[in-house]
Design a protein around this ligand. Sequence first.
Ligand code: ADP
Ligand code: ZN
Ligand code: ZN
Length: 751
Amino acid sequence: MGELFADIILPVAAPGAFTYQIPDRYKAVLKPGSGVIVRFGKRKEVAGVVAVIHGNRPAGMKTREIDGLTGVNQLAGEVQLKLWNWIAEYYMCTQGEVMNAAIPAPLLGTTIPLKTTTAVFLPQNNDDKYDTLRSSLRRSHAKIRLLDTFHELSGGTVPENAGIERSLLLAASGASAYTLKQMVDAGIFRLEAREVSSIGRKPSDPVELNLLSGEQDAALKQIEKLFESISVTLLKGVTSSGKTEIYIHLIARIIGKGAQALYLLPEIALTSQMINRLRNHFGESVGVYHSGLTDTQRAEVWRRTAGVSGQPPFRVILGVRSSLFLPFQNLSLVIVDEEHESSYKQSDPSPRYHARDTAIILARFHGAHTLLGSATPSIETMYNASTGKYGYAELNRRFGNVKMPSMILADIGQAYKRKEMVSHFTPALVDAVREALSKGEQVVLFRNRRGFSSLIKCSSCGWVPGCPSCSVALTYHRGLNSMRCHYCGRSQKVPDRCPECGSTALLTVGFGTEKIEDELKILFPGARVARMDLDTTRRRGSMEKIIGDLEKGKTDIVTGTQMISKGLDFENLTVVGILNVDNMLFFPDFRSHEKCFQMIEQVSGRSGRRTKQGKVILQTWDPGHIVMKQALAHDYDRMYRTQLAEREEFRYPPFTRLVRIYVKHQEKQRVTGAAGELASLLRNHKEFRVLGPEAPLVARRETLHILSILVKIERTGSPSNVKRRIMDAVNAVIFGGRWKGVRIFPDVDPL
Ligand code: ADP
Ligand code: ZN
Ligand code: ZN
């Protein structure tokens, strides 16, 4: 064989291919998608993925050799490489940045990671033996409890090679490590290090699928009919109409044929309820993938999706946006639930991809179908459905014919005037909560701001503490007695006196979820109150606990942010309070009306899902606002028509494509100079309109000054040509030498 070279994708932001020579020993094993270890720049060793193999020695430079292989050798298949390439081109980034997001870190090493733990086994297992053992232990309660717990956790009959995690067994039985050791020494148990996934779980029988209602069945049939001729379909179904039931039926058919399904959700918070629903039907063939997992767990899911872990491969993956990078072997259905959610778009770091749109491409590369689901589809998706680009099916009734929640508008201004406000609650809200509590029903209070109050303010001079690195005010968190920047996370102590005028009269202004929690405890002293927001769910498992308590009826009122607004399904939850939605409306964003409507519909949808009609109290300063009226009537169609007309008039998506280009640096003048030059270079082109440079809402973040330029591209031109022009202009500014160190990056389809 002659000389062979490989162009390698490396996890760096530098553009271009990195060519290495393939040593003889690897010539037979390497192929596109293989993981390799190479030396790069000053870094000693870095893992990369082979993109292309060829025989062309790069001219004019010394070529290094590939040093080794990664432990899992095939890091990407043909489809993954195609997808990385598509993302890099469409979202204007490097394939290395995509690779970085796609492959769990442990897989980039030379050894295969195994998540091991110590497990406890019975040397031999049958029921007779259990009884004999038990009676032989009759004098030690601790040992009996340990044995009983083992028996219970293992479901009574454990196969010989399955065990229980040692830590779980100790926690569940309350026995000491010493007691366990005694029993091991006595030969009753044995300990062994095992890969986690090979430890037996309590096997449970799969639950039969629910029988679909007439309307649901018709929608399912229609979706399947549509899939014969069209690859993407939108299922628009009001909240609690049974969209999830339809997904489950579709998945069952896919699995029946031996194929794989991907079920995307916008947020981790939603996966914990959904995983139970899916495992009920599909058992251990369901894998979960999200950022709450450890690196090793993610690597394990990756390997089971690829079918290279020695365990049965996952058939269904439930996950957030990054799960579309998993190495599916035989993907035939992608479900994008709550497709309108903005958390599907990654804004930082690169790749700044939209998981819904990328999922559609992924499905296309696999020859699979995509089902987009929502009660309030994004304007873009609804438009695609109405022009026939996507198929369309709908569900107009809640399951069981439960009525849509009744909506009550509560005018905050009026309540203030009449001196009827009870702290931040209108009398309508207080009454509704009181009534629900008296009937033993549950309540959700939604507020799109965490923390105690929004800010601290000096009442004599008006000073407001701000973040020294970002141009925003700090948010007061009373539990931590600190002020925290919600952009960079920096926190500092609340000062005793105003640094400007020395006054000690510091006030708290506005209110967040923490404050609501506090006020609820005072207002409804008997109620069990929980809070669910970024601050209370940071610890692993804390979110599951909050949701579990709600499910078990251990919580009466839960207050929270976005996290509680969607997907959650609690039987006994009847009242939803939405506190001050108005601030969403005045956000300078062409999507603000759409987002506000969606948010109200989603939160409202948490109430009255099974038998009783729900009640929603919408507190507002602006009861006459058009969005309030549309939300009050659950009138999605009217909202869609008004918004579409505005988008057309002002040339926004779906009528144009947008690229926002950010320019960042520590020095303000450099940002201004570079952004100005970039904007005028872009203005030389006639195919697109250039707006800005302008300062974003937060013009300084983590000590970097920021300016942004918005490029509007008409739908008629070729987007890839336009992107090339933009990239040329960006490179001219970056490499022109006038603005050293300035960072410029494009955000395609920004939110
Ligand atoms: P959506 O996804 O549209 O919000 P879900 O699928 O969560 O709706 O359904 C709402 C509730 O009604 C769930 O508790 C679900 O279990 C129940 N449900 C919906 N359809 C059926 C059905 N065909 N049989 C039994 N229960 C159903
Ligand atoms: Zn002051
Ligand atoms: Zn900050």
